[in-house]
Every structure is written in C-alpha cells, then in structure tokens.
Design a protein around this ligand. Structure first.
Ligand code: ZN
Length: 298
C-alpha cells in the first residue's frame, strides 16, 4: 500500500462478518471528520439551514433544496476541457489535508462529502482515477449496497446526469427515506398490487389462468459442494502437470500472440501441456490488455 493511501486511512473494511458494520464505521468517520475537518462541518451546518420545497408532478415529485453553500459543487463545469483542467477532487493526492476515508475492499475509498445534500452523505470513490462507468463496476456497486445494509441507499450518478466528477468512478450513499424516488417506488408497488387485487391488471398464474394442479416440487438444486470439488480437482491437476512443459507452452503462446500467426495450434499445445482456460486468457490479458471504457463526456 503506498504512503499516500496510508496517510488517508481512517480504517479499512474487508469482510462481511466485520464488526462494527460498514454503516457504523461510516458514521464514526463522519463524527470524526466533523470535528477535524472544518470544511465538512461548515457543509453540514449549511445543510441545517437550507430551504426545501417539494414539487408534485403527475406520477412523481421533485424536491428542491436551496443551499447556497453547494454552489461550488452544483455549478461545477463538467465539460471535457474544464474537467481536464481541474485537479480531480476524488483523487487521493488532491484530498484536503484533514480528509480521511475508509478503504473498502482494496478498490474503493469511502469519503464524507463536504457539500452534503443529505443528513449523512458519503462518496464511495475508486482508489484509481478511472471514468464514471457503471457496467464494469456493477458487482462492486451491489457489494457496497449489501455492505451498507438496510439503513442506507447506495446510488450511482451517471456521467451525463449531473455528476460533478464524471471522470472519476464513484457511488454515493445516503440514509434511507431521503431520496424522493423511494416514495415513488413504494407508491408504484402499492398501485401495482392494487390493480392485481382488483383484477384490473391480469397477472398470469396469480389472478388469471391459475393452474389447477399443485406446483412442481423437488426441483434440481445444485449442491454447493460441487464448486469445492471442482476447485480441489483443479488444484490436483495443477500439482501433477509437468511445470516446465506448461510454462514453455504458455511462453510460446505469449510470443505467438504478439504476431499475426494463427494462435489456435499454440493454444492446443498449451492445453495439452496442462494449461487451463483461465491461464490462456491471462496470457492474452497480458499481451492485449483488458477492455477499459473510454471517457465519453463530450
Ligand atoms: Zn480522480
């Protein structure tokens, strides 16, 4: 772990079984940062004095918050030129001196947002400066949401939906009950259920075309031990193969992959020498790299 990261760590979170929970650690971080980081404490004082108005539209509502202290963040220019020019405020080297974070499973850093729009507002920022792009980060997004637990909502602001850091991958977390969309989801679920109960909406198998015969039982369930056994078999496979021949075959594949020659005969040789699909792909990941989404703000 590099020194810069070390200096910025409040604590680390690695495990589901960790005590205290991630949410509790974040609240500790917030309490600590409010006393040691003046900008943050100003941000929360400003939040206490905001004016709020709810606008009801047909089928949804919008919450307006008037908070002059947020102007720096809200009105930040997000065109490509301005973004390239400004120091990225989510990169470790640009964090204010007093700012600390929770390292989340090696790849992310959980930080307090100094311009909060929620009573507890966290930014879950990638350790590296990579563009805001959900597709590749979806497993991490789900993992963060699960670890934050039921008292927090985790959300993603896409690069074209107002994120003031479209060039740096991040999620946000806020306590449940503060996002207007939550009310809409509840309302929509209520109306959906009501339309089924009243028969207005046909739901096959629930309120229409209900099957007479009893439901099928004893469906196939794959025993989780299968995975463990496969992992054991793979370990044994690796232990018994001729390591020198295996290494030679993969080295050859690496060299051939750098040319225009057909790689298939070399792949077959490598597999015969005991290489796994994953190891063949590792060679190619090394040679060709991995797909990284391009920055696509215009
Ligand atoms: Zn950055």
């Amino acid at each position: 772990m590099d020194n810069l990261l070390k200096q910025k760590i409040f604590t680390s979170f690695n495990s589901n079984a960790s005590e205290p929970s991630l949410a509790a650690l974040c609240l500790e971080l917030l309490t600590q940062q409010k006393t040691s980081w003046q900008e943050l404490s100003h941000g929360y004082t400003a939040l206490d004095n905001i004016r709020v108005r709810e606008l009801r539209c047909s089928g949804f509502s919008v919450k307006l918050q008037f908070n002059p202290a947020r102007i720096i963040s809200t009105a930040a220019p997000v065109d490509k030129k301005s973004i390239n020019k400004r120091p990225c405020f989510l990169c470790l080297e640009n964090l204010p001196d007093a700012q600390r974070g929770i390292v989340y499973r090696q790849d992310f850093m959980i930080l307090c947002n100094p311009y909060p729009i929620f009573p507890k507002h966290f930014t879950i920022s990638h350790i590296r400066h990579i563009p805001q792009f959900l597709e590749g980060a979806l497993p991490a997004f789900l993992s963060v949401a699960k670890d934050f637990g039921p008292d927090f909502n985790v959300f993603y602001n896409g690069p074209q939906s107002g994120a003031s850091a479209p060039d740096h991958m991040h999620f946000q977390a806020a306590p449940v009950g503060v996002l207007p969309i939550e009310k809409e989801i509840q309302n929509s679920a209520y109306l959906f259920q009501k339309s089924i109960d009243s028969g207005e909406r046909a739901y096959v198998g629930v309120n229409k075309y209900i099957m007479e015969e009893p439901p099928v039982t004893d469906l196939l369930r794959v025993d989780m031990k299968v995975g463990e056994e496969k992992a054991k078999e793979l370990k044994e496979w690796r232990a018994k193969r001729d390591n020198a021949a295996w290494k030679k075959a993969l080295d050859k594949l690496r060299e051939v992959s750098k040319t225009d020659t057909n790689v298939m005969p070399t792949v077959i040789e490598a597999v015969k020498a005991g290489a796994t699909v994953g190891e063949v792909c590792d060679v190619w990941r090394d040679v060709f790299g991995q797909y990284r989404p391009k920055e696509f703000i215009s």
